[in-house]
Design a protein around this ligand. Structure first.
Ligand SMILES: [Zn+2]
Ligand SMILES: [Zn+2]
Length: 178
């Protein structure tokens, strides 16, 4: 959804956006996260100052992530509110842009008098993707030897992982069993 800033200014009132974006509209594809669920968006787009645009919104969706430990897919709900001011980047030099982005993370840039709301949404969702997603803090991950999922119990390599002193005891135990 493209917001024409010129038209927005002429309206002289906030534009209310109450929409459900389908996953196909929000292209978000990476090996660590995929968006398969729709994004609920309710917010306002308001012209402020001389040329700026303020976007305030609540959004919610479900992220499809891959666990960094066991490689299984899992879903994580996202629900957030944001308040951003977009300023035109025309006539701005590169150094100023960099300074701006570091100075205030609640500021975005737009060019050619247009704001792509889909991109705004993508940015907001990406900010919620954890650096290393894990399905659960208790996830045991995969065995680095055989690749077995240790959440289903110990694998055959466990004997080799154990302390050699215990291996001696296991040997004695095995002999007693015979
Ligand atoms: Zn996991
Ligand atoms: Zn193993």
């Amino acid at each position: 959804m493209i917001i024409n800033v010129q038209e927005l200014r002429e309206r002289k009132e906030p534009l209310i956006v109450d929409r459900t974006f389908l996953p196909g509209e929000i292209s978000l594809k990476d090996h660590l996260y995929i968006l398969r669920s729709a994004v609920r968006f309710l917010g306002s787009v308001t012209p402020v100052a001389a040329q700026d645009v303020r976007i305030r919104a609540d959004l919610s969706t479900q992220l499809d992530l891959v666990c960094g430990r066991c490689l299984k897919s899992f879903q994580r709900p996202i629900k957030k509110s944001f308040d951003l001011t977009y300023v035109p980047n025309e006539g701005m030099n590169f150094a100023e842009e960099i300074e701006l982005s570091y100075a205030d993370l609640n500021v975005g840039l737009f060019s050619k008098s247009k704001i792509d709301l889909n991109s705004v949404i993508i940015e907001q969702i990406v900010l919620e993707v954890p650096m290393k997603p894990i399905c659960s803090p208790r996830c045991r991950g995969l065995c680095d030897q055989c690749g077995a999922d240790l959440n289903f119990g110990p694998c055959a390599c466990v004997k080799e992982h154990t302390d050699p002193r215990w291996a001696r005891l296991a040997e004695i135990r095995d002999r007693l069993k015979k």
